[in-house]
Design a protein around this ligand. Sequence first.
Ligand code: FBP
Length: 273
Amino acid sequence: MDSFSSVGKKVRLSRILRRGRAVAFAFDHGVEHGPGDFPPQSIDPKGLLEEVISAGVDAVMMLPGMARLTHDVWAGRTGLIVKLTSKSNMRPDDGKLLQSTFGYVDDAVALSADAVAATVYWGSPYEDAMLERWFAIRSMADSYGLPCMQLAYPRGPTIKDRYSLEIVRYGARAASESGADIIKTYYTGSRETFRDVVKAAGGVPVMMSGGPRRAALLDFLHDVRSVLDAGGSGVVVGRNVFQHPSPGKAMKAVLAVVHENAEPEEAEELAGR
Ligand code: FBP
């Protein structure tokens, strides 16, 4: 018989991954990069969330404070992933390879989260501290039946190219061996290489991390298509949506690729309309 918490985890996961796929909106940049990341059309948190939620996004990922501020917009309309670690960009360089606690699993439960998320910088000089934090979150989340997403981001002095296949798949494998229920990681630049990342994760759903805004939305939609063709489960996207002149339309295009199997060109038309 399943335990209560494994049932809870399955049910919550199904609120985020629809038939095994999802588009989540990454919205923690106000801390990670600062408000300068948001162009004028995206600076108002509630207005931006209204656009992406109306477009049909499966879940929003944000820090506890932002979830509290905006609950009247997201409640009952989309999944909530509460991210429990972060860091500002104002830190000196040697501190940028560590994320701090930004809330607790209790806060996520209180906010009615469907999942929690935490970053691990694999290869960081602070890898040990980040793993302590990860396992504290993961074991508490397990007891509440809350799925745990790991932002598996290899970065540190030994890592020459954080987007290379060897490094990304190492991070993905390490994430699955550390008990992640969903892995969010960098795109390796091709369908073939991303397929190896998905294989290395051994069955844990792998979602692409959006990354800096691509020159054209169409380029980004092609990346998303390749991730799906490689067996990936979708995308957690921030800048490629909120830095687009029309975030709601960009989100609709991404959703069309992920959930309707639309070709990128066809989906892009939706963003232009
Ligand atoms: P994007 O789609 O904008 O890349 O968002 C994903 C994300 O992981 C955010 O959650 C986070 O704020 C940001 O990227 C961190 O980016 P980096 O550490 O590479 O500057």
